[in-house]
Design a protein around this ligand. Structure first.
Ligand code: MD3
Ligand code: FE
Length: 210
């Protein structure tokens, strides 16, 4: 078992095709990589197709970015805010995602999209499935930074029981294979302060969109 300044790294299977890698993203290079992305493509509130504002602030990096507006949910090569391509996926982040996927049993992961979510206290993400990606054979890798949150993890059917898992700064979760279409969400973020992110939680999800 490896240990860093934050404590031990542990692998925690949470179901078929799903594993939490505790502390896998305790990498001091991450803040600068993230700042590079948000400096070019700032966080913003997107609209749902129904015309409501999404509470989580979002941005993207990589060849494709996840977008929601009145026309629906989809992946786009250009940031609608700037009309320019999304910033490139920083090499260190892409490498971290590929290493996490391989460790969880998905070698050769080549993400082409990274959605970055920002939660402040009071904000949640309701139960949903991620089904806008063309390639369901590839896993999704998520990296949690800043304030802790409670992750809800169900099954492929909306009515399947939902488990709760605490996610802390530096935790990485990998979902693939039988878990790829499982329902999931994030409970309302509680108040707090983190030295890296202030009063916020940031989550990066690496995806193969096409
Ligand atoms: C399980 N984000 O961006 S990451 C999302 O913490 C999203 O911001 C949450 O759900 C967050 O779509 C949770 C965890 C996650 C992402 C994709 C999954 C869990 C998943 C796909 C299938 C199953
Ligand atoms: Fe999701």
């Amino acid at each position: 078992m490896e240990t860093d300044l934050f404590g031990p790294r542990r692998d925690e299977p949470i179901g078929p095709g799903a594993m939490i890698l505790r502390g896998f993203a305790h990498d001091p290079a991450i803040p600068a990589a993230l700042a590079q992305v948000t400096g070019t493509a700032p966080f913003r509130h997107m609209q749902t197709p129904g015309g409501r504002q999404i509470g989580v602030e979002m941005t993207n990096c990589g060849a494709l970015g996840w977008v929601s507006d009145r026309r629906g949910y989809r992946y786009e090569p250009l940031d609608p805010l700037t009309g320019r391509p999304w910033p490139p996926m920083p090499a260190r982040l892409r490498q971290l995602a590929a290493e996490a996927a391989a460790r969880a049993g998905f070698p050769g992961f080549q993400p082409d999209a990274c959605l970055v979510n920002r939660y402040v206290p009071g904000v949640r993400m309701g139960l949903h499935q991620d089904r806008d990606e063309a390639d369901m054979a590839a896993p999704i890798v998520s990296v949690s930074l800043g304030l802790p949150a409670t992750f809800q993890f169900g099954g492929p059917d909306r009515r399947d029981p939902v488990a709760r898992h605490a996610l802390a700064h530096g935790d990485v979760v990998v979902w693939g294979g039988p878990a790829r279409l499982n329902w999931h969400g994030i409970l309302t973020l509680r108040k707090g302060e983190h030295p890296l992110t202030g009063a916020a939680r940031i989550n990066l999800t690496f995806r193969r969109a096409r």
